[in-house]
Design a protein around this ligand. Structure first.
Ligand code: PNS
Length: 169
């Protein structure tokens, strides 16, 4: 039996912070499913298909890539986790600012299904200040995110945000 974890999120778009977390998770789990939430209640910059494609392209040459699957889920995360079935939900914790939101989500998920455990891994120090939101903000304001996101993401951001004048919030 494989130890499988679900790594859920919006991934709008994936960053090197996400990939760092994935790599840490792969030291613990045999397989990780990156699960993009189809209805996270946000208005994403990229479509689900674009986000899937960026993740796949970002991991195409990764030495552990064959242990990672990219999927999309609808509805409740705990239902998806049980349908896999997976052992745990993997989430990153950057700093104190992440704690309240993550704590609330983990406790709600436990209330919804006590069999699903959430495992937190501290984000690598190198990536502690980056998030998908701040990456989009920087690109939208004309800044460079080279070295913070995979090249495919950098290109997709440049293509999208050079034609995008709306607020991201
Ligand atoms: O990357 P994000 O946006 O912080 O990820 C949040 C996500 C997608 C993990 C969370 O919104 C989620 O699990 N959504 C699915 C709906 C659900 O199960 N909600 C109840 C738990 S809060």
């Amino acid at each position: 039996m494989y130890n499988i974890a679900v790594y859920p999120g919006s991934f709008d778009p994936i960053t090197y912070g996400h990939i760092d977390l994935l790599e840490r998770g792969l030291k613990i789990f045999d397989r990780i499913i990156i699960a993009i939430a189809a209805n996270p209640g946000k208005s994403p910059l990229f479509t689900i298909d674009e986000r899937c494609e960026m993740i796949r392209q970002s991991l195409i040459d990764h030495p552990e890539g064959e242990r990672v699957t990219v999927d999309v889920f609808h509805g409740l995360l705990v239902d998806y986790v049980q349908s896999v079935p997976a052992r745990a939900v993997l989430r990153g914790m950057r700093a104190i600012s992440d704690f309240e939101y993550e704590f609330q989500m983990a406790l709600m998920n436990r209330k919804l299904n006590a069999d699903v455990e959430t495992l937190f891994i501290m984000t690598g120090m190198r990536w502690i200040y980056i998030s998908s939101r701040i990456i989009k903000e920087v690109v939208m304001s004309g800044g460079s995110v080279t070295g913070l996101v995979p090249p495919i993401v950098e290109k997709m951001l440049a293509d999208r945000l050079s034609h995008h004048n709306n607020s991201l919030y």
